[in-house]
Write a protein that binds this ligand. Structure first.
Ligand code: GRF
Length: 197
């Protein structure tokens, strides 16, 4: 049974594009929705150009009422009936209620070697700490921010002259390799960890 995938974005959507472009042929999943909390997210146009249905649920009118925002998200999601949610640069912290609703069906890509550097500014923190390498991780989403089981990682050496931006660009290339592979495995029911070289 082909798995239905909804992808949640807030920005440019390069990870969304890498996921969508991989879901062809014998891939066990297909994209059914790209959902954003920002109407100006560049990824929405990229999704439309690929014929993927899109929707926007703006978080701002809900202010600090996250459950109400998430009810609106779920209302849109329920119409698309996804089996899997992929967070791809979705910049809203989700409550335990939402995470429990989608427990075991939700993935996220994070630009660090989890459990190191949960949260924001991961590349600058790795550089400031004098780390030799950075990277990215795909993990299952739990109520603990960036805390779920890691399903895959890629390591990226940090060069002496790297800035947060140059490092982010190198890591993003690896994100586009890792996330589609982990989604394929996840859609096939495989949750054992894989580290790419
Ligand atoms: C990526 O680096 C991702 O790891 C992080 O946000 C960025 C989103 O980039 N969570 P894009 O919108 O997929 O291009």
């Amino acid at each position: 049974m082909t798995k239905r995938v909804a992808i949640l974005i807030s920005g440019g959507g390069s990870n969304m594009v890498s996921l969508v472009d991989e879901m062809t042929g014998d891939h066990p999943a297909r994209p059914v929705l790209v959902l954003s909390n920002r109407a100006d997210a560049g990824g929405l146009e990229k999704a439309k150009a690929r014929g993927i249905p899109t929707a926007v649920v703006d978080h701002r009118p809900f202010g600090s009422d996250r459950p109400a925002f998430e009810d609106a998200l779920n209302h849109v999601l329920d119409q698309a009936r996804p089996d899997i949610l992929c967070l791809a640069g979705f910049m809203r912290v989700l409550t335990e209620g939402f995470v429990t609703r989608w427990q075991g069906k939700m993935l996220n890509i994070h630009p660090s070697l989890l459990p190191k550097y949960k949260g924001l500014h991961t590349h600058q923190r790795a550089i400031d700490a004098g780390d030799a390498e950075a990277g990215c991780s795909v993990h299952e989403v739990t109520a603990e921010l960036d805390g779920g089981q890691v399903l895959g990682q890629v390591r990226v050496p940090i060069a002496a002259d790297d800035t947060a931006d140059s490092l982010a660009a190198k890591v993003l290339v690896q994100e586009h390799r890792l996330y589609p592979l982990i989604l394929r495995r996840f859609a096939e029911g495989v949750t054992t960890r894989i580290d790419l070289t």
